[in-house]
Design a protein around this ligand. Structure first.
Ligand code: ARG
Length: 470
C-alpha cells in the first residue's frame, strides 16, 4: 500500500516502483523527518485540528520512531517508498488510525523541502568545523615555518622569494572565503517551506512563524509555489562545496609537485603516503591526488543538479528528487577529504634547504630594477636595463650576482658597488611590508588576523558572528 493508491485500480509495475523509490537516499533525513512531523503535529494541535489526546498519541509515537532511528532499531518495510512514507507507516503501526491525522494540510512537497533544509542546517556546521580545523593546521604550519624562505612562482616559473608561512596562509584565506560563503548560504537555507501544502498553501490556520521558530528556522517562505520548487539552496550548497573542492585541489596539486624528487620541498609522513604494489621505492601522494580528482566529481554534481533544475515547470516536479543524492555525496566527499588533508599537512616534513637552494639570484631581478628606481631612473627604463643584465648573465651562464660591477656599469652608470646587496632574498622579502605582503612583520600580523578570523560561525538564526580583526 502506498500513500496514494486510492485512485488506482491496478498496482504499479515493479520496475516503475524501483525507479520511483527514493528511500535509499532520503532515509538519511530520518531524524529531520520526525522532527518536522512533530513540529507539524504541534501546529495542528494549536490550530485545534488535533485534540489533546490525538496530539499526545502522535507526539509519543513520533518519539518512539525517533528513538528507533537513533538506536538503529528502525526496520524499513518493502512498501516504504521514501522516508516520509516509512515514518508514517511506522507511526500507524505504533498508534493506529490516529497517525492518519498527521498529514492533514501537509504535502510531501513542503515536507521534503523542510526535511532537506533542516538536514542542511545541521550539516553546514560540520563542514564549517572541518574547514576550520584545516585552517588551524595551516596556521600551525605558518607559525612553525617561522622565517623559512621558499621560491614563489607565477606561471609555475620562479618569480620572487616569499616566506613559506605566506604560502601556507595563502591557502588559509581561500578557505576563509569558503566559510564566509557557508555563513551567507545559511540565511537562505533557514527559510521554512512547511505550511505551503502541495503548491497552493495550507487551508489550516497554522501560525507558520511560530512553526519556523520551533524548528530553528529564521524565516518562512512567502510564496507556496516558489517554496515547494525552490532548490536554490541545494545548488548553492553544491557550489560552495565545489569551490572548497577546487581550493583543495590547488593546494593538493602543489603538494604533489613539491613532494616530487624534482622539487623536494616537502616529504609526506608515512601515515599519509601510499605505496606501490610494483615499485618498492615509491611513496605516493595518493591522498592529495584523490583530493584533486574529487574536485572534478564535485563539479559534476553541481552541474548535474543545475541541469536538472533548468526549465522545470512551476512548483514540484519529480525531477527534484534528484537533489538530495548530489548534496549528500558532496558532503561525504568533503567530510572525507578535509580531515585527511589536515592530518597530512600537520605531519608533512619541510625541507628548508631545498627551498632555499631553489631561490636563485634571477628571482631578485625585480629588486635590481627597484634599485635603479631608487637611483631615480624611471621604472620602465630600469626594467629594460635589468633585462639586459639578465641576458648578459644568461649568455655567460652565470648568476645575476656573479656579473662583475664593470658589466653592470656599462649598462647604467647608476650601478654602484652596493648593488650586490639586492641579491639577498631576505632583503627582498623585508621590503614587501605593506598589508598582505610577504615581509616577516606583515606575515606576523597576518597570522594574528587569521587566528581571529577563525571565530566566524554559521548560524541558522543569522547570528553568523564574524571577526575581521583591525
Ligand atoms: N521523494 C520525494 C522527493 O524526494 C518526496 C516528495 C514527493 N512528492 C510527490 N509529489 N510525489 O522529492
Amino acid at each position: 500500500m502506498t500513500l496514494w493508491s486510492g485512485r488506482f485500480t491496478q498496482s504499479l509495475d515493479s520496475l516503475a516502483w524501483d525507479l520511483n523509490l527514493s528511500l535509499s537516499v532520503d532515509r538519511r533525513m530520518a531524524i529531520q523527518d520526525v522532527d518536522g512531523s512533530l513540529a507539524w503535529a504541534n501546529a495542528l494541535h494549536k490550530a485545534k485540528i488535533l485534540s489533546d489526546e490525538e496530539h499526545g498519541q502522535i507526539a509519543l509515537g513520533l518519539a518512539s520512531v525517533k528513538e528507533e532511528f537513533a538506536s538503529g532499531k528502525f526496520s524499513f518495510a518493502a512498501s516504504d517508498e521514501d522516508i516520509h512514507t516509512a515514518v508514517e507507516r511506522r507511526l500507524t503501526e505504533l498508534i493506529g488510525a490516529t497517525a492518519g491525522k498527521l498529514h492533514t494540510g501537509r504535502s510531501r512537497n513542503d515536507q521534503v523541502a523542510t526535511d532537506f533544509r533542516l538536514w542542511m542546517l545541521q550539516t553546514i556546521p560540520l563542514l564549517n568545523n572541518a574547514l576550520k580545523d584545516l585552517q588551524s593546521a595551516l596556521i600551525e604550519r605558518a607559525e612553525l615555518a617561522d622565517q623559512t624562505l621558499m621560491p614563489g612562482y607565477t606561471h609555475l616559473q620562479r618569480a620572487q622569494p616569499i616566506l613559506l608561512a605566506h604560502w601556507w596562509l595563502s591557502h588559509f584565506w581561500s578557505l576563509q572565503r569558503d566559510r564566509e560563503r557557508l555563513v551567507d548560504l545559511t540565511k537562505r537555507v533557514s527559510v521554512l517551506p512547511l505550511g505551503s501544502g502541495a503548491l497552493a498553501g495550507t487551508p489550516l490556520s497554522i501560525n507558520r512563524i511560530e512553526l519556523a521558530k520551533s524548528l530553528g528556522f529564521a524565516d518562512v517562505s512567502q510564496n507556496s509555489m516558489d517554496a515547494v520548487s525552490d532548490r536554490d539552496f541545494a545548488a548553492e550548497f553544491l557550489f560552495c562545496s565545489t569551490m572548497i573542492g577546487i581550493h583543495l585541489s590547488k593546494l593538493a596539486e602543489q603538494i604533489v609537485l613539491y613532494t616530487s624528487a624534482e622539487f623536494g620541498f616537502f616529504e609526506l609522513s608515512d601515515s599519509f603516503s601510499i605505496g606501490s604494489s610494483l615499485m618498492p621505492q615509491k611513496k605516493n601522494p595518493d591522498v592529495f591526488e584523490l583530493t584533486r580528482g574529487k574536485a572534478g566529481t564535485l563539479i559534476g554534481l553541481l552541474t548535474g543538479l543545475l541541469a536538472a533544475l533548468k526549465g522545470l515547470p512551476s512548483t514540484y516536479d519529480k525531477d527534484l528528487q534528484e537533489d538530495k543524492q548530489s548534496v549528500f555525496q558532496a558532503t561525504d566527499i568533503l567530510l572525507g577529504v578535509l580531515p585527511v588533508i589536515a592530518g597530512a599537512l600537520r605531519t608533512i616534513t619541510v625541507k628548508p634547504e631545498r627551498m632555499r637552494a631553489a631561490i636563485d639570484s634571477f628571482m631578485m631581478a625585480t629588486d635590481l630594477a627597484d634599485y635603479l628606481v631608487s637611483k631615480r631612473i624611471p621604472f620602465r627604463e630600469a626594467h629594460a636595463i635589468t633585462g639586459k643584465a639578465v641576458r648578459a648573465a644568461t649568455e655567460k651562464k652565470i648568476q645575476l650576482d656573479e656579473l662583475p660591477l664593470e658589466a653592470y656599469q656599462t649598462l647604467s652608470p647608476a650601478f654602484e658597488a652596493d648593488v650586490y646587496q639586492v641579491f639577498d632574498p631576505v632583503k627582498s622579502i623585508v621590503k614587501k611590508n605593506a598589508i598582505g605582503g610577504t615581509s616577516p612583520q606583515s606575515v606576523k600580523k597576518q597570522i594574528e588576523l587569521a587566528k581571529s578570523n577563525l571565530t566566524l560561525i554559521p548560524s541558522p538564526l543569522g547570528e553568523g558572528s564574524k571577526s575581521k580583526g583591525e
